[in-house]
Design a protein around this ligand. Structure first.
Ligand code: GDP
Length: 346
């Protein structure tokens, strides 16, 4: 690794030693939009990947980590649940990381998930790492950073990663595309409310958790569970190896947390031993590659002055109906590729 800068090597070593400070610094690095930071991020991630690849060759075990996405509307109890659930997983000998994709922070700089120190007890544990959502850039950018942050957390020995998001816009799809299992948390309500829930999000869920199954909500939680169970019957399962399940829990009283973790482990074991998990992760990496191609190309297009002038002119022509959008698009792409093929042969 003679061409790797000392700074990157130091971060890598720090991560391997499970040092919290180096992990935090590394996540900040992958979140940076500076060009030199981007290069260093890829160097760091490549070092990690190489080590994993070597390990897979030696042990034949391609992963021992479990990535879980958790989505649900604001107020459903996600952070209360993660705090308690995280403590339970720690007690089982795992090391937990909690990351977040917060779509609201992207647009407004504010936050649905909350800026307050969430999960105070879990955050204090040596074997846990809790990181709030990055609050700048596009949703796609934040999601990608989270994806890379997860890889860093895993390299630092966090074998269970929880990625939290709210069920708004595209955020839950993006989270579903970076995790092994997607969990939807719903309130103890049925009827119209369950019909109002976006069908798309139920469709991508491997597990539905009805929270607040306690006190005055206990009956409603039971009814919600029945309704979701029958709603799932009419959906086409995403994999033939697993039928999505519904479970009710109370993050307040801790009931159902042990069962929820058992169900998740069942899922993980089935997906792993069948080879489905290996395929899923591979497909996800391909998808992120294409995401990165698209966003990198758009970045480069946008930062080229000459192209920008051309785009401004063409946009006007398209706006006026003087040129078809397809012709304009071809023109831009042709000019761009032509320009860069000349630069390369120089
Ligand atoms: P989030 O926005 O999804 O992260 O929700 P929070 O974890 O902040 O919880 C929202 C509110 O619901 C808080 O007042 C919690 O105390 C309450 N809450 C969370 N879980 C439960 C539960 O299992 N039972 C009851 N009764 N209240 C809960």
């Amino acid at each position: 690794h003679h061409d790797i800068p000392p700074k990157v090597l130091e971060l890598y070593k720090g991560i391997k030693m499970r040092d919290r400070y180096h992990l935090a610094k590394s996540i900040t690095l992958v979140e940076s939009i500076r060009k030199d930071h981007k290069i260093q991020s890829q160097q760091l991630l490549s070092l990690i990947l190489d080590a994993q690849h070597e390990n897979t060759k030696e042990t034949g075990n391609f992963t021992s980590t479990f990535r879980i996405g958790l989505s649900g509307p604001p107020g459903v109890g996600k952070s209360t649940f993660i705090e308690r659930f995280g403590m339970h997983i720690l007690s089982q000998g795992h090391r937990v990381a909690v990351l977040a994709v917060d779509p609201s922070s992207v647009k407004t700089g504010g936050s649905i998930l909350g800026d307050k120190t969430r999960m105070p007890e879990l955050s204090r544990q040596d074997d846990a790492y809790v990181r709030p959502s990055a609050s700048h850039g596009t949703l796609g950018g934040v999601a990608r950073n989270t994806n890379e942050a997860m890889i860093l957390c895993e390299a630092a020995g966090h074998d269970v990663c929880l990625v939290e998001t709210v069920g708004v816009g595209q955020s839950e799809t993006m989270v579903a595309e970076m995790v092994d299992m997607f969990v939807l948390m719903v309130p103890p309500a049925g009827g119209d409310e369950i019909q109002g829930l976006k069908k798309g999000i139920v469709e991508i869920s491997d597990l539905i958790i009805v929270n607040k199954s306690d006190g005055i909500f206990a009956n409603a939680a039971r009814e919600a569970m029945t309704e979701y169970t029958s709603a799932l019957k009419y959906l086409h399962p995403r994999t033939s190896f697993w039928s999505p399940q519904v479970i009710k829990v109370s993050a307040k009283t801790n009931s159902g947390l042990v069962e929820a973790w058992e169900l998740m482990q069942d899922y993980y074991n089935i997906m792993k031993s069948s080879g489905e998990l290996f395929k899923k992760r591979g497909e996800q990496r391909k998808l992120w590659m294409w995401r990165q191609i698209t966003s990198e190309l758009l970045d480069r297009l946008g930062s080229d002055k000459e192209i920008k002038n051309l785009v401004d002119k063409l946009e006007q022509k398209v706006f006026n109906g003087e040129m078809t959008s397809g012709v304009a698009a071809d023109y831009v792409v042709d000019t761009f590729t032509h320009k860069y093929s000349i630069t390369e042969t120089n």
